[in-house]
Design a protein around this ligand. Structure first.
Ligand code: NAD
Length: 251
């Protein structure tokens, strides 16, 4: 489970523990957040294996998987969820911004999955990737983010095609706006009038008339990883209150 220290990843870890997971590898670059989540997971009688790693590096993903496997001896589910948001327009974007967003949102998922492949074959397990509604709808001022999420979305289908014959499923969850630290400055901060206004516009544009909660996404991640989804692969499930059915007004 990557990006486990906060937001959606934290919610997935806690829900998996609530549902009786025997052990969970918790991977993040934030040691403090990780310690808090590991503590909460441990209180639910699940073994937490916290691993501090920077997944945007070339070595970080394989090292993180190796650390989890060393502690647990196996892996039946890989949730590749850590992501970086972009900023600005395509003209503001620098090569360094582009590289960071792609290294984390695309390359890390590929490298994590490749490092976990043998264990996933042994377990006849699955991969779940957090993409975004932005993979399919360009949104203003998000820099390379939507482009990287579109690439991650195709990576899921490519892996599903290649790994299906070995019994490994690969699926994605595509959240719409969810109030987490990642989106705090865009629409989370209730003290900021511009953020409040953006939040109200997005809520009004969402057919279900509310933004997502991390737990909404966590439920679908666990479904995709679980026994109800054994004949699903290469699927990307939007968890966006219907926002993707619109042309994303209010972004
Ligand atoms: P978040 O900021 O709450 O959590 C992201 C976590 O990833 C943090 O704990 C952070 O420390 C970790 N992380 C960031 N860079 C890392 C790195 N280089 N190495 C290791 N860990 C790193 O954000 P979130 O909203 O929970 O986002 C989780 C995923 O959901 C991301 O892939 C994001 O793109 C996607 N998503 C979020 C939203 C939203 O509105 N919040 C919408 C669509 C998709």
């Amino acid at each position: 489970m990557t990006g486990a220290a906060s937001g959606i990843g934290r919610a997935v870890a806690l829900l998996a523990a609530d549902r009786g997971a025997a052990s969970i590898g918790l991977v993040d670059r934030d040691p403090r957040g990780l310690a808090e989540v590991a503590d909460a997971v441990g209180r639910r009688a699940t073994r937490a294996v916290p691993v501090v790693a920077d997944l945007s590096t070339a070595e970080g993903p394989a090292e993180a998987v190796a650390a989890v496997l060393e502690a647990t001896g196996g892996l039946d589910t890989l949730v590749s969820n850590a992501g970086a948001s972009g900023r600005g327009t395509m003209l503001d974007l620098t090569v360094d911004d582009w590289r960071l967003v792609f290294d984390l949102n695309v390359r890390a998922t590929w490298l994590l999955a490749a490092a976990a492949y043998a264990a996933l074959v042994d377990a006849q397990g699955s991969v779940v990737v957090t993409t975004s509604v932005s993979a399919h709808h360009p949104t203003p001022r998000t820099g390379a983010y939507s482009v990287s999420k579109a690439a991650a979305s195709m990576l899921v289908r490519q892996l599903a095609l290649e790994w299906g014959p070995a019994g490994v499923r690969v699926n994605a969850v595509a959240p719409g706006p969810v109030a987490t630290p990642m989106t705090w400055s865009s629409f989370g901060d209730p003290e900021d009038p511009a953020a409040r206004e953006r939040r109200a516009r997005r809520t009004a544009a969402t057919p279900l008339r509310r933004l997502g909660e991390p737990e909404d996404v966590a439920e679908v991640v666990l479904f995709l990883a679980g026994p109800g989804a054994v004949h699903l692969t290469g699927v990307e499930v939007p968890v966006d209150g219907g926002l993707g059915t619109t042309l994303m007004p209010g972004s």
